[in-house]
Design a protein around this ligand. Sequence first.
Ligand code: DHB
Ligand code: MG
Length: 213
Amino acid sequence: MRNQKVNTRDNYIRTLYAAETELLTQIRNTLAEQNLSIHVSPEEGKLLQLLVRMHRAKHIVEIGTLGGYSALWIAAALPADGHITTFEKSSERAEMARKHIAASPYAKKITVVEGDAHAMLREHKGKVDMVFIDAEKTGYPDYLEWAEQHLPAGGLLVADNTFLFDTVFSEAPEGEAKMWNAMRQFNAALAERFEAIILPTAEGLSIALKPTK
Ligand code: DHB
Ligand code: MG
């Protein structure tokens, strides 16, 4: 979320389908107090859970942990032998996320890796069947390269903010050409190389499958 306005329609969906646990509400409030309300919405959290279940995902990589909010939504949908590894560059954020995760029933299912994901991902070993990108926007093309190389055919890629705050489909904003070019490149590459769509959420949520050929 960036636009924090929750309208009647969002509220209807949220109340019916996307009730948070007490811990998730607490994390959202903690992030708000720190002016960090840039996590996914509860509805998007629920959507991520459904995607995990529909894809029967077991080995998930998340890029951009923040407070652990999305990782905790995702972890709740994982099977007993499932795991999510989440990458966070900021040590303060990684520490906050670890604290939140320790307070949840999913501590064993979540690993927070602290450091720059562009480097740390290259150290990541093991299978990956779902990748969720929600980190710095200039990094999306590189994250896509990694995901494409590491996902199997049919693997699932999800990416937040692919509308780039409602700018990606018009002109590059003043001084933000780098971010804009990166997101244009990411979206075009996804259209060309994956089976993909952008769900028109407030921020734009891309859902994509690596082709089976
Ligand atoms: C920002 C980042 C996000 O991932 C998001 O969903 C909303 C806002 C930001 O950096 O402003
Ligand atoms: Mg985001």
